[in-house]
Design a protein around this ligand. Structure first.
Ligand SMILES: *Cc1c(COP(=O)(O)O)cnc(C)c1O
Length: 370
């Protein structure tokens, strides 16, 4: 049986040939922590009271990192669930506060596809605002889409396609002015920006920000699944609660019932083990590798769509799909974006000089072939 399992596993492509994923090889301390918490279920916190306490501690750690000691939240399955819960809380709060019934939200055109699911599941109308020439949301366009039924704006700190950061300060001012919620999708950037010098404000430091998605299973090098949702305070969690008979707790604000404690343990382990300086080094290395990749790509005639802000970069080419397919045939994985046509790479902690030089060598071959 084990041989059979290994056989299937061998068919997977190792991360050392993957430049498309926002996930990465977990940090060794994350693996150890995961192992220790293997059977934990935070769906029943009265049983797993130590794991529950650890989650609270992790929330304080993340909250302080995001400039808010009162932040409240939990570790979930990923950015998708975090975004669902962020918008669900905003909808419920605005229903209670202002009686809004036919809710809508205004999101950037560059938002992650999870918002499609959110519109469908929550029955909230999704309004998409256009971008400026740097692929940041156009705040004027956002303002035009806001009406009395708007419950929330969404800003992205690290877009999935380009790693771009929306003008969060302006979105925050608009949210305060109109008395609506502001959800920040920092699924990727939430564990990059705090460790960069001169990063713009994107978190609870800004008055209008009500919730933040921040995923330890991306740049936090935690084991999958480990997404994160943090709210400005506990009142948003109250707006998500349902009663739970037959459990050790009386109510539950999470979306899933049974949920692993492994993400809590592995995320905490990495942050505690590396600390601020260690995380900063990881981010710096990813940015150095991004710079190296851009240099190599420029020497092959490719230009980045925008100068990379984070460790995500896309290069314009009309042959994007073709290049991606040819690379995949050679067991290298990148991705593409449609607007503008480009190939896209994410430079995660597993990407080092050796990975880049191997990739560039194969890319040269592919260019000759296409
Ligand atoms: C990755 C990502 C998501 C989705 O996260 P999952 O963990 O895949 O559910 C949402 N938003 C942004 C900006 C992301 O980068």
């Amino acid at each position: 049986m084990l041989n059979e399992l290994e056989e299937f596993r061998r068919k997977d492509i190792p991360y050392s040939r993957v430049l498309s994923s926002m996930c990465t090889t977990p940090h060794p301390v994350a693996v150890e922590a995961h192992r220790l918490f293997l059977e934990t279920n935070l769906g029943d916190p009265g049983i797993f009271r130590g794991t529950w306490e650890l989650e609270e501690k992790l929330m304080r750690l993340l909250g302080e990192m995001l400039h808010n000691e009162n932040a409240a939240g939990y570790i979930c399955s990923g950015g998708t669930e975090a975004n669902i819960q962020g918008i669900r809380a905003a909808r419920n709060v605005m229903r209670q506060k202002k009686g809004v019934q036919k809710s809508n939200i205004v999101i950037p055109e560059s938002a992650h596809f999870s918002f499609e699911k959110i519109g469908d599941i929550l029955g909230v109308e999704i309004r998409r605002a256009g971008l400026d020439e740097d692929y940041r949301v156009d705040v004027g366009a956002v303002e035009e889409l806001v009406d009395n039924n708007t419950v929330a704006l969404v800003g992205i700190a690290g877009t999935t396609e380009l790693g771009q950061i929306d003008p969060i300060k302006e979105l925050s001012d608009l949210a305060v002015e109109r008395g609506i919620e502001l959800h920040i999708d920092a699924a990727f950037g939430g564990l990059v920006l705090p460790f960069m010098d001169d990063a713009p404000d994107f978190d609870f430091k800004l008055d209008g920000v009500s919730s933040i998605t921040i995923d330890p299973h991306k740049m936090g090098m935690a084991t999958i699944p480990a997404g994160g949702i943090l709210f400005r305070d506990g009142s948003y969690l109250r707006a998500l609660e349902v009663e739970t008979p037959y459990l050790t707790s009386k109510s539950q604000y999470t979306l899933t019932g049974t949920r692993p404690g492994t993400g809590v343990a592995s995320a905490y382990a990495v942050l505690r083990h590396l600390g601020y300086d260690g995380m900063k080094k990881v981010v710096e290395k990813c940015m150095d590798m991004t710079t190296l990749l851009v240099e190599e790509m420029r020497s092959l005639g490719f230009e980045p769509v925008i100068e990379p802000i984070m460790n995500v970069v896309a290069f314009r080419t009309d042959k994007a799909e073709k290049i991606k397919d040819e690379l995949y045939r050679r067991d290298w994985v990148i991705s593409t974006i449609r607007k503008p046509k480009a190939i896209r790479m994410v430079i995660m902690p597993h990407v080092n000089e050796e990975v880049i030089s191997g990739f560039i060598q194969t890319l040269r071959e592919v260019i000759r072939a296409v």
